[in-house]
Design a protein around this ligand. Structure first.
Ligand SMILES: [Zn+2]
Length: 417
């Protein structure tokens, strides 16, 4: 599996010059290809004249790396074009555009790509082509076969960031057939259930949602201020706000994913099955903000990717049910239930109210089970309300003062088993 070591690299005039020439090469290759594509729908995959022009400036291996990366960008563009033509574009892609230039706000984006055999690293320094020897900060967390190194200037934080790709050996697959079932949502980011658990767990999205909206309001304010005062659309301050909002969201998601996957591993589960209802959940229909969020920017793709990456590290398989059947049938008796208020599901047949997200998680589990297991029996003590975990900006913590005895995490429960 592929992982990345993230570094901060010291600034130097040599690095700037190298990166500037890399960006010029990328932009020139890209410019010619865009022109040729618009006119003739084709171009050469090897722009010899540009290679020969830039190889002396950036080194032949790096010139080749940049051209290769541009090739990759164009290949995926052409693939998407094909899918678009046959009407098979993935739903999260709304527009297919030609690869962009390494340019932002009228400035070149500074970036260097170094082939795996063209750099060295020790505990203190990075050794790059053109005789550059630069200090770096950051831990080389992933060990394994190194592939290419990218160094890019981050103009929001004003630092050079290095991304060292490493091929890490995959841990052996756990085997067995026990699964963890997860319903992804917004009001609850994830509702988790496994047969090994007596009580489902829900990770409340409330704090994350509120935080996102706090930053969205600040961003909107800053946007209108910029338009009014500076007559511009963007600024470093604004880009910083976007980044803070994104980072805070990712922090909560990553902590949640880590906790769930850690627990799945400790429970000896070999598979995680992720499900998400098509579109916005029914039980959110009064929550306009949650709806706006799902429609505009809620990144299920990001959450799913993080689950896959994390689980891979533990040898746990992830299966995705992109649009699972329904959350309107009772997981116990299959009778159509009714929605009561605020995400509560009621089954008239069992005369039982269940948290709607729990119904989702249970139905995901059920969809994967051929013979109904005894745990579906309503007398088997399946708890209808999840243990609710809340994000406090640092950790996911169980809500106190529940009618059920206070519980910690799956991990705490394992120690009792
Ligand atoms: Zn029922």
């Amino acid at each position: 599996m592929e992982r990345t070591n993230a570094l901060i690299v010291e600034d130097s005039p040599g690095l700037r010059e190298l990166a500037n020439n890399c960006a010029r090469l990328w932009n020139e290759v890209n410019f010619e290809r865009r022109q040729a594509y618009v006119r003739y729908k084709k171009f050469s995959w090897y722009p010899k004249h540009l290679y020969e022009k830039y190889a002396p400036m950036v080194g032949s291996a790096t010139a080749q790396q940049i051209i290769n990366k541009n090739n990759e960008a164009w290949k995926s563009f052409l693939e998407l074009k094909k899918l678009e033509a046959s009407g098979k574009l993935p739903p999260n892609i709304t527009r297919v555009s030609m690869p962009r230039y390494w340019k932002r706000n009228g400035k070149r984006e500074l970036r260097v790509i170094v082939r795996n055999d063209c750099y060295k690293v020790d505990l203190e320094y990075l050794y790059l082509p053109k005789g550059l020897k630069l200090r770096y900060k950051g831990e080389l967390k992933w060990k394994g076969k190194r592939s290419r190194l990218e160094i890019a200037y981050d103009d929001v934080d004003e630092v050079w960031r290095g991304f060292m790709s490493v091929k890490v050996e995959e841990p052996p697959k756990g085997g067995g057939s026990k699964s963890l079932y997860i319903d992804l949502g917004v009001v609850n980011l994830a509702t988790v259930w496994a047969r090994e658990l007596k009580q489902p767990m829900a990770f409340s999205g409330r704090a994350t949602l509120a935080d996102w909206w706090y930053w969205a309001r600040r961003i909107a304010k800053e946007q209108s201020r910029l338009a009014r005062v500076n007559r511009t659309k963007t600024s470093r301050g604004l880009r910083r706000m976007y980044r803070i909002r994104q980072r805070r969201f990712k922090h909560a998601v990553n902590a949640m994913v880590k906790r769930i996957v850690d627990d799945a591993y400790e429970l000896g589960l070999s598979k995680i099955i992720l499900g998400k209802l098509k579109g916005v959940r029914n039980n959110n229909h009064n929550n306009g903000k949650a709806n706006a969020m799902v429609n505009n920017f809620w990144s299920f793709e990001y959450i799913i990717r993080r689950f896959k990456e994390k689980a891979e590290e533990y040898g746990i398989e992830v299966e995705l049910l992109s649009e699972y059947q329904t959350s309107s049938l009772c997981p116990t008796c299959n009778v159509k239930g009714v929605r009561r208020y605020r995400g509560l599901f009621y089954c008239p047949n069992c005369d039982k109210a269940i948290n709607a997200d729990v119904v989702g998680a249970l139905n995901i589990a059920k969809g994967k089970t051929i013979i109904p297991s005894p745990s579906w029996d309503r007398d088997n003590g399946l708890v209808a309300q999840p243990l609710l975990l809340r994000w406090n900006g640092m950790n996911w913590e169980p809500r106190r003062a529940m009618s059920i005895r206070p519980m910690k995490t799956l991990g705490a429960r394992i120690s009792r088993l």
